[in-house]
Design a binder for this molecule. Structure first.
Ligand code: ZN
Length: 245
């Protein structure tokens, strides 16, 4: 990886190797810390998704119930109007005056109209109910499948969380150990470069382009990195460079 040509300072190539090891431990630790932050968020999102799917199922169930209640209400109303019609017809047999008789005919007609209105209301409700039940059957199956998937995702997240919790301590220790290997100037250089930059901060110079920012470095930087007499940084992004053929 690091070119150890005769002209290179062994101290610089040694420092670069140690920086690369420290960087590897830093990235590993960062990965673990990131996972510990994102896993609870992902779990929350999955839980919210499940809750919303369950709420959708419940809302659809509620709509069906409401339509059923509405249908029953219409039937009850129809039955009572029919009872009323029978009463009017009985009254017709008893009244003596023609105007009373006519008034009853009028009432019976009105009641008949009401029955026919109620019948068309009922048909509408039955149609809606039918559609709602069909929709429900389809969406319930789909939602339940999605719920199962989300629940499985939560199980995996919980397992992963346990794993990374176990990894955290050893990742911290590994970082401390790698850090202790660096001499003070190398450490402060590394720390200074790592501040405010995304990993990796020690990168290869491939040909003449920095593998951190993918920009071409100047000829002066290229020779410096090749010579490896001191720690050299990219003139564009500031990352520490090492040379590889
Ligand atoms: Zn760069």
């Amino acid at each position: 990886m690091i070119r150890a040509a005769e002209c290179n300072s062994p101290m610089v190539s040694d420092a670069l190797t140690k920086m690369l090891i420290l960087q590897d431990r830093d990235m590993k630790l960062q990965q673990v810390e990131d996972a510990l932050q994102t896993i609870p968020l992902e779990r929350k999102a999955a839980e919210a998704k499940i809750a919303s799917l369950k709420a959708d199922i419940e809302a659809a169930r509620q709509r069906i119930k409401e339509l059923e209640t509405k249908g029953k209400g219409i039937e009850t109303e129809m039955a009572s109007v029919e009872v009323q019609i029978v009463k009017y017809k009985n009254q017709q047999l008893q009244v003596k005056k023609n105007e009373e008789y006519q008034a009853l005919i009028h009432e019976i007609e009105n009641a008949g109209k009401k029955i026919s209105d109620l019948e068309s209301d009922e048909l509408e409700v039955l149609y809606e109910l039918d559609e709602e039940r069909k929709r429900f059957a389809e969406s319930e199956t789909k939602s339940k499948e999605e719920i199962v998937l989300e629940e499985r995702a939560i199980v995996r997240l919980n397992e992963r969380e346990e794993e990374v919790k176990d990894e955290l301590e050893s990742a911290r220790e590994a970082k401390v150990a790698a850090d202790a290997e660096l001499d003070n100037p190398s450490r402060s250089k590394y720390t200074q470069v790592a501040r405010g930059l995304k990993f990796p901060v020690v990168v290869e110079l491939a040909g003449q382009s920095c593998k951190g920012c993918h920009m071409r470095v100047s000829n002066a930087i290229l020779s410096e990195v090749k010579a490896a007499k001191e720690i050299t940084t990219c003139d564009n992004c500031g990352r520490i460079l090492y040379y590889a053929d």
